[in-house]
Design a protein around this ligand. Structure first.
Ligand SMILES: [Mn+2]
Length: 469
């Protein structure tokens, strides 16, 4: 819905994402309103997908619509088959769907209205009155950096009712979950942030990207940024703080501007000296997005949603996204354990780095819960920056694969959305996602072949040649 005449308001869809995508969102909202009945909602069970769930569920409730929400890791043929049999009047997916269009189109063809609110690289361009695909990639908006599942879900909520602007904090939490804040929010996400700030739903200020009881605690437990040689080493952390001249027991919030600047530049220099790209070294200071209604930052909200989700406590994760007090305590304990597990995983890899092939490096972990996070942070802060990373962890008798690249590696040609999909397909698995972050599930005996394939494909991408099909 837009103002009848003249300049659209700051939160108008046209202003946020441009006319063609705004029209698609309005179409999705109109078709949804025209199709009564219970809505099936399907999201990915990570911070982005579960934040999207929070936005969708709220918007649907406000519209007086019933829903049945499912969070899942990986939409496969089995799930899609069950959906087709179920024949829901409406199926809404977020943070999942575009990479599984081949599985969802039959659900639409069987009579359901399917609304896909996604930002993964789409398998098909299809969008019509039964299968409405809302994905930035279809409108020239970079889905890896400018829109995520939660922000796309938020835009749909806004198309249903402009009053849903207050759900913007969930869009931002999802974007942070997908690391789209790194180097500053961009494009559509930036405009959403600004519109929400103008409405008073968010407050943005620059500050140290550290969290903890005090500075020493924050440094020793810092995963994101991971500080090689300091994270996990109290003596080194103390030494660094003494060098900068700030007290280790000072609460992070009480650090004055001068000391914060001194500490930030010391930490950035430390990261640069460890080969960390300047883009990521700069992340020692960040835009802290405060959510006044919740008394926490969007990063904290994201951490709670993410760790509860990864631990399989989807109800608690969505409960946090919805602001339900019971869920917070549960999620907080999870977040603490999760943070420790991620740090342990990174420290282990600091001692035993990944194995290098020709183009990629790879490692194994039994800790499926934190595998993706460890791969994502490791490739940025810890591993040889020349090699994108592939990580294997056991899952359901096969392998779950997480592939991660830095933006710099992507600029040099690495595209895991293609490489992970092709290598997985070569061994009878399934894969895809984003150029810098993709996933795959492959059968147990496909691991060696998958590694050979993905190494060759990435080598081809780096060489600028057409990757082997
Ligand atoms: Mn996502």
């Amino acid at each position: 819905m837009e103002p009848p005449e003249g300049e659209p308001g700051p939160a108008s869809l046209v202003r946020l994402v441009g006319t063609p995508m705004a029209r698609r969102l309005e179409l999705a909202a109109r078709l949804f309103d025209r199709t009564p009945g219970l809505a099936r909602v399907l999201v990915d069970a990570d911070a982005d997908g579960l934040s999207a769930a929070g936005a969708l569920v709220t918007a649907l409730s406000r519209r007086g619509r019933g829903y049945h929400l499912t969070a899942l890791r990986g939409l496969d043929a089995k799930v899609a088959g069950a959906l087709a049999e179920d024949k829901p009047r409406v199926l809404i997916t977020s943070d999942v769907g575009s990479g599984q269009a081949d599985l969802l189109e039959p659900v639409a063809d069987a009579g359901s209205l399917v609304i896909v609110l996604d930002h993964h690289v789409p398998l098909s361009q299809r969008s019509d009155e039964r299968f409405v695909q809302v994905n930035g990639h279809l409108f020239g908006v970079d889905g890896s950096s400018e829109l995520c599942g939660a922000s796309t879900a938020f835009l749909f909520a806004l198309a249903l009712d402009p009053a849903n602007l207050d759900l913007a904090p969930l869009a931002i939490a999802g974007a942070i979950g997908d690391r789209q804040h790194v180097g500053g929010f961009r494009g559509a996400t930036r405009r959403i942030l600004e519109a929400a700030e103008a409405a008073g739903d968010l407050h943005v200020r620059r500050g140290l990207n550290l969290e903890g009881a005090d500075l020493l605690d924050a440094l020793v437990r810092s995963n994101d940024p991971f500080l090689p040689g300091i994270t996990g080493d109290e003596a080194e952390a103390r030494r660094l703080l003494r060098e900068v001249g700030v007290r280790p027991d000072l609460p992070v919030a009480d650090v004055d501007e001068g000391s914060a600047r001194a500490l930030a530049s010391r930490l950035a220099a430390h990261l640069l000296s460890h080969g960390v790209d300047a883009l990521y070294a700069g992340e020692v200071t960040t835009e802290r997005v405060e959510i006044p209604a919740r008394g926490m930052t969007a990063k904290e909200l994201q951490a709670l949603v993410n760790s509860a989700g990864r631990a399989g406590e989807h109800a608690a994760a969505v409960g946090v996204a919805l602001g339900q007090p019971w869920a917070f305590e549960r999620a907080r304990a999870r977040a603490e354990a999760y943070r420790n597990q991620v740090r342990d995983g990174l420290l282990k890899l600091a001692a035993h780095p990944p194995t290098k092939l020709r183009a990629v490096q790879y490692f194994d972990t039994d800790d499926t819960l934190v595998a993706a996070a460890v791969a994502g942070l490791g490739v940025i802060y810890l591993f040889d920056p020349a090699y994108p990373v592939v990580c294997f962890s056991p899952q359901n008798g096969g392998w779950k694969v997480s592939t991660r690249a830095t933006r710099r590696q992507a600029e040099r040609g690495v595209d895991f959305s293609v490489a992970a999909r092709r290598a997985a397909e070569a061994v009878g698995g399934r894969g895809g996602g984003h150029p810098v972050a993709s996933g795959a599930t492959i059968p147990k005996d496909g691991r060696e072949r998958f590694l050979r394939e993905i190494d060759a494909i990435v080598e081809g991408q780096l060489a600028g040649a057409e990757a082997p099909a």
